[in-house]
Design a protein around this ligand. Structure first.
Ligand code: ATP
Length: 240
């Protein structure tokens, strides 16, 4: 779980930003512990993701890319940053939002409203695929039959396939997800505890499924969850 933005350490009073040396530092960066101002934080956050994209050759000009959009913080920030970097650096990508509606009342219906706002805000076409349409069952209906035990396993498998089917409908070349450095660290630990050596060797790759129909990539592989939380909307709470 991400720490609340208010708990992320504020910068010490009156110090200047370690990047620009001009403005007053507004927070201590969770990733580097540097004292940094608001403007420089945004700039380095975005620049680091741009460098990850370039160094790992995540995308090629002209590609159609679906962003797995759950309406949560990670994929919302991913949509915002990718559309900005695509414009700023002329990646030449056609970006789309792809959402899976699992049919969980009071959960996904709420977050899909966020995705619909993102569609307008970032001007990215949105495709929603639902378990009901794809499989004939909503997650609520499945839980009524199988109960709460193991339903996460079903849901995870269905979502994975639903994302592939949605990506195929959009005819995209790749799917980008909002998995961040903390998610990857969690998966590493889980695979160690399970003794799953095969998954352990695969789970840190920035791009997976290159031999399958739709490769997936994680532009936030090196991005700390705490920094995603403070970018951009919650920043105001941190300002000293
Ligand atoms: N229902 C969904 N529709 C589309 N993409 C999804 C969906 N659920 C998850 N994803 C993709 O998988 C990534 C990791 O999902 P996870 O469920 O682990 O959530 P998370 O780490 O809380 O991310 P987020 O904050 O984006 O929800 C998300 O960032 C998103 O790109």
């Amino acid at each position: 779980m991400a720490e609340s933005p208010a708990k992320v350490q504020k910068a010490g009073g009156g110090r200047s930003c370690c990047v620009c040396n001009e403005r007053r530092a507004a927070l201590k960066r969770p990733k580097t512990l540097e004292q940094i101002c608001r403007e420089c934080f945004f700039a380095v956050f975005e620049e680091e993701i741009h460098q990850v994209i370039m160094q790992n050759q995540l995308f090629k000009p002209g590609e159609r890319i679906a962003i797995g959009a759950s309406g949560g913080k990670d994929s919302t920030v991913l949509a915002c940053v990718l559309s900005e970097l695509n414009r700023r650096h002329n990646y030449g990508l056609d970006l789309f939002l792809l959402s899976v509606d699992e049919g969980i009342t009071g959960y996904r219906d709420d977050s899909l409203e966020t995705v619909k706002r993102n569609e307008v805000q970032y001007g990215l076409p949105l495709k929603i695929v639902s378990y009901k349409d794809l499989y004939g069952w909503t997650m609520d209906e499945i839980v009524k039959i199988i109960g709460l035990k193991n339903n996460c396993t079903f849901c995870g498998v269905f979502r994975r396939q639903a994302l592939d089917r949605g990506a195929a409908l959009l005819k995209v070349d790749k799917l980008a997800t909002g998995h961040n450095a903390d998610d990857i660290a969690e998966t590493v630990l889980l695979n160690i505890l399970r003794g799953d050596i095969a998954r352990l060797s695969r789970c840190t790759a920035i791009t997976t499924g290159e031999d399958g129909p739709i490769p997936r990539c994680k532009p936030f592989k090196y991005t700390y969850e705490k920094e995603i939380v403070i970018y951009p909307d919650n920043f105001a709470e941190l300002v000293c």
